[in-house]
Design a binder for this molecule. Structure first.
Ligand SMILES: C[S@@+](CC[C@H](N)C(=O)[O-])C[C@H]1O[C@@H](n2cnc3c(N)ncnc32)[C@H](O)[C@@H]1O
Length: 274
């Protein structure tokens, strides 16, 4: 946390607040970028039509809607502490829930699958949340988490890009988000929390790749920059130049590795089979 009173200390008023002008569009791009991989991972987690699923930090809801389609005889609880973008046609198996996951409680053994993408890294109680998720899963059930490891700003060759990303690092830390070490330690943390069959999948995200990630990175920088210029963390001209570099594909740079890690709660006899 920071002593700077101008910086947000939580997700909802911070760098990627839903009050920012393009946040719905940014979440849409995040879904385009992430959904194929999320669906591939979740398909390995033993989904069946009657699975009971919990989606933590549902964002704009695409994975929750997809899960509800996969599990028509089960149910999906999609939790987000700011649910303003959770919409779409009603699905009988799907329940939207606007709550802070830290304040919610579920009975032990409630779910077959718990999934969360780009959210645990922002939770103040993320370590404890692994233990809570473990309790909420039935034996044999799966927890799958995706979070980012941002490349250190100091690795950037361009001085303005370096300055911009240094300022974002500062602001992320101030709001209690861990955008590097948390994801890196995730497989070990899952194992320490008691999960077995821990698997990992990593993905390199390159600004300048000309694909969806490129557009997502540009919108990230636009949104984050507005927040930081307003608070004097970066000058407007630095933000403008960095944004210009990204939008014109003149910046080619590894921005993050995202890590999916998933594991299952063992059955009482210690085996992991269904
Ligand atoms: C970066 S977005 C990711 C959205 C979605 N999981 C995706 O990948 O498309 C993080 C989401 O977590 C939600 N969130 C942050 N803190 C939360 C909390 N304590 N409880 C529930 N949701 C939270 C935010 O409102 C936001 O929708």
């Amino acid at each position: 946390m920071s002593d700077d009173p101008t910086l947000a200390t939580d997700y909802h008023t911070g760098l990627l607040s839903k009050d920012l002008p393009h946040e719905r569009d940014r979440l849409g791009l995040l879904e385009q970028w992430g959904d194929p991989e999320s669906q591939a991972v979740l398909a390995q987690c033993g989904l069946h039509p009657a699975s009971r699923c919990l989606e933590i930090g549902a964002g704009a809801g695409s994975i929750a809607r997809w899960l509800a389609g996969q599990c028509p005889d089960g149910w999906v609880v999609a939790v987000d502490s700011d649910a303003r973008y959770l919409d779409g046609p009603p699905q009988p198996a799907l329940e939207w829930c606007q709550e802070d996951i830290g304040t919610l409680e579920f009975d032990d053994d409630s779910f077959d699958l718990i999934h969360s993408r780009m959210t645990f890294c922002h939770l103040g109680n993320r370590r404890e949340m692994l233990d809570r998720a473990f309790r909420w899963l039935r034996p044999g059930g799966w927890l799958a988490i995706c979070d980012p490891m941002l490349m250190p700003a100091s690795a950037s060759a361009d001085p303005d890009v370096r300055r911009f990303f240094e300022a974002t690092e500062h602001a992320w830390t101030a709001q209690g988000s861990d955008m590097a070490d948390w994801a890196r330690a995730l497989p070990a943390r899952l194992a320490a929390a008691g999960f077995t069959d821990v698997s990992v999948r990593a993905r390199a995200n390159v600004i300048g790749d000309g694909g969806v990630y490129d557009r997502l990175a540009a919108l990230n920088i636009e949104q984050e920059g507005g927040y930081m210029v307003e608070r004097g963390l970066v000058p407007a001209d630095v933000h403008g130049r960095v944004l210009g570099l990204v939008r014109s594909s003149r910046l080619v740079e590894l921005r993050s590795i995202t890590l999916y890690a998933w594991g299952r709660k063992p059955l009482p006899d210690g085996s992991a089979a269904h």
